[in-house]
Design a protein around this ligand. Structure first.
Ligand code: T1G
Length: 676
């Protein structure tokens, strides 16, 4: 908007209103408009200045779309310092979410009020940044060091009441923010309250151990990231430097983070996540079907987790199993999951009971007749899935959406057994479905537009991150994961050991190494899936000789106490197993492979570039819409390092020419035995 900041005087109060939809981001126009309007307000005969926002939220931060471009005056720190230096008291009134630079505006004002429903936060760390407009210096001056460190290194917003208790907000109103804020301003005037500069407050001193402790915690929680550690440095500086010097130190650290490849990667993911929910050829006005009730077929690990995801947001669920015993087992797992969350203090007993109460078991398909959405979540047997869809076609009401949670199978073939393929699609959840945020929405050849649009909206409703895939074996995530795991297996035969492959990919930033992941998923799962494949799809099985030998020896991975590693029955801690080393070396010998030392860099490139190579094929075939969609799949479904931006962004950063040259070299040296 050309004039996103307006001004009017109400009584003695100069009211500044920011109106820059959709989230009142601090664009250049907003910064200029606010700076100029504050100058006008200081010059007129109002006694006090109130800054508020129009629309659904207070300022949600700097305009991320401007990052990476040459910064233009006025810079946000300068605008906020002008506000703090106002000779008239300045009040900010928060609704919605005051985040990042938006909350830094609040901190630079002299008095702060908010609606009880509002939240405030400093989420810059999720963008590989730190609060760069005084936030690292003003927050500890109001809330103390430890609260400031938690707010900025977690990036998690807090409700207004909690912010008030921490000293970050002065007044909380239940409703009528403008009316209450105006009355409060008049009262402050009547009480003769003048400007109170946060920057002039002292930072409560803490023991140096607080900063060491914060760094140790971050070494685990934010492994490999830069910004969280720079936040600790800035807060530490606030304890020993006057505000101007501390603010200068903050600006230097902010500039380093802004210029970092990590921040570019994390800013890419911010927009990629929002793009992934948009389908290019879907008209914006596509109607949506109502999803008021859901049925889930199969009360196993996946079905139970899916049922919980729905119940957790208030959607009633019918959970169908073949018999009462299976249902009882399923509910046992569900109740156990809720009990664990209650025990961790993350859920009240009452709320857990309410959620559990929304899931009703049945063994009778007739009970699914009224469900708006049915999600089949039985094991990966294509014929069983088709049988179930034929049954659903008979019993479900017209307009019900029929989804399969299959990880690999042909969604079109499953839809094809019904008389309503337009109502069918894939909803591929990731295990554990009540925890993992990724939901692959698999668009069938005949899936109706409104079914697809409804599925995407449903994903957001149950707090998942949707990514749309077309039908192929493994869709996006699993199809790419196969060559990734294949390369890891090949490295074992060529000379590496499970712990060296895993260490290399863990250091790269993966949440878990590929061998450990294989043990976690169950070696038999991959084994059965591969054995069920037709020859031309399966490719050369040689790389899996070790894994298959382990399965045939009953070593299925974590679930059987041993796979590539052995697992402590109590702690599930993994330990290398000399027996597995012997098996690996024997397999190398049988295959006539002379084992060699393999460096971490080659191991990372072999595995990650295999991901990238398959991702490029997926884009080429139109299975995924955008490279960013693939990055989102890998961030939320496979624990890809957030500060690397996802496999496709990472490939762009290292250079696609380099990736291509290395992939060609690897294929020449080690064979490209992946399926065609
Ligand atoms: N800048 C630019 N665009 C933004 C934006 C921002 N800060 N926040 C949201 N958008 C766009 C978003 O891309 C989408 O666009 C639309 O707004 C709705 O967003 C100096 C340096 C506020 C909780 O990190 O957390 O301040 O897809 O779908 O689910 O220290 O947006 O419609 O075209 O997410 O209701 C710090 C980021 C910035 C907050 C609303 N602030 N935003 O969630 O809507 S860095 C943030 C959010 C900074 C200072 C530093 C969420 C939200 P489109 P949405 P939502």
């Amino acid at each position: 908007m050309s004039h996103p900041v307006s001004y009017r005087v109400v009584g003695n109060v100069g009211v500044v209103t920011i109106d820059n939809p959709p989230v009142n981001a601090f664009s250049l126009a907003v910064r200029k408009g606010l700076n100029d309007t504050i100058s006008d307000a200081i010059a007129d005969d109002s006694g006090i200045i109130l800054i508020a926002c129009a629309g659904r939220t207070f300022v949600a931060g700097a305009d991320i779309s401007e990052f990476g471009k040459p910064p233009e005056d006025p810079w946000l720190p300068e605008v906020l310092d002008n506000i703090e230096n106002s000779p008239k008291p300045v009040v900010t009134a928060v609704h919605g979410t005051a985040l990042g630079g938006g909350f830094e505006l609040v901190l630079a004002s002299h008095y702060r009020c908010a609606l009880a429903s509002a939240k405030v936060g400093l989420p810059e760390v999720h963008l590989g940044l730190l609060p760069g407009a005084g936030g690292t210096q003003r927050t500890p001056r109001l809330a103390g060091v430890e609260a400031a460190l938690e707010l900025m290194t977690s990036g998690r917003p807090i409700p207004a009441g909690k912010a008030q208790a921490a000293g970050l907000i002065d007044e909380v109103f239940d409703d009528d923010l403008e009316g209450n804020a105006l009355r409060w301003c008049e009262q402050l005037l009547a009480d003769g309250k003048g400007p109170v500069k946060v920057s002039e407050k002292a930072v409560p001193q803490v023991d140096a151990a607080v900063f060491d402790g914060a760094r140790q915690l971050l070494a685990k929680r934010a492994r490999g990231q830069l910004a969280p550690f720079r936040i600790v440095d800035c807060v530490e500086a606030a304890t020993r430097l006057p505000y101007p010097q501390g603010a200068e130190f903050e600006r230097e650290q902010f500039a380093e983070c802004m210029a970092s490849p990590q921040s570019a990667a994390m800013r890419h993911l911010f927009f990629a996540e929002r793009q992934a929910a948009k389908v290019r050829d879907l008209p914006k006005d596509t109607s949506l079907r109502n999803i008021r009730s859901v049925a889930v077929i199969g009360a196993g690990t996946m079905g139970g987790g899916i049922a919980m995801s729905c119940a957790n947001v208030g959607i009633p669920v019918k959970l169908l199993e073949v018999d009462a015993a299976a249902l009882e087992r399923g509910f046992g797992v569900i109740e156990g999951n809720y009990a664990k969350t209650v025990k961790k203090g993350r859920l009240s007993q009452e709320e857990a009971a309410a959620r559990r109460g929304r899931i009703e078991g049945t063994t009778d398909y007739a009970d699914l007749a009224d469900a708006d959405l049915v999600i089949e979540a039985v094991f990966e047997d294509p014929e069983l899935k088709k049988t179930i869809f034929r049954k659903l076609d008979e019993v479900c009401k017209p307009g019900a959406i029929l989804a399969t949670n299959t990880s690999y199978q042909d969604v079109d073939a499953i839809a094809g057994v019904t008389n309503r393929p337009g109502d069918c699609l894939g909803l591929h959840f990731f295990s554990p479905a009540n925890v993992m945020k990724l939901l692959e929405v698999v668009r069938g050849a005949k899936t109706d537009d409104d079914v697809l649009a409804t599925a995407i909206r449903f994903a957001k409703t149950i707090r998942k991150v949707p990514a749309v895939a077309r039908v192929c074996y493994g869709f996006i995530g699993n199809r790419m994961f196969n060559p990734y795991i294949r390369e890891a297996q090949k490295l074992l035969i060529e000379g590496a050991l499970p712990e060296t492959v895993d260490a290399a990919l863990y250091e790269f930033g993966m949440a878990m190494g590929p061998i450990a992941v294989s043990d976690l998923a169950g070696l038999d799962v991959g084994y059965k899936a591969r054995m069920a494949l037709p020859e031309e799809v399966r490719g050369d099985d040689t790389p899996f000789k070790v894994a298959d030998a382990l399965v045939e020896a009953g070593r299925l991975g974590q679930k059987s106490g041993a796979g590539f590693y052995t697992y402590d029955p109590e702690t599930r801690r993994a330990s290398p197993d000399p027996e597995v080393v012997t098996l690996i070396e024997k397999t190398s010998a049988e295959l006539g492979v002379e084992r060699r030392d393999i460096g971490a860099e080659e191991m990372v490139e072999r595995c990650v570039f295999a991901l990238v190579n398959e991702g490029l094929k997926i884009l080429d075939e139109g299975i995924a819409q955008r490279p960013g969609d693939i990055d989102i799949v890998y961030l939320y479904g496979y624990g890809f390092a957030v500060h690397r931006g996802g496999p496709m962004f990472y490939a762009d950063q290292v250079g696609l020419d380099h990736v291509l040259a290395r992939v060609r070299e690897f294929h020449e040296r080690f064979g490209s035995d992946a399926p065609a």
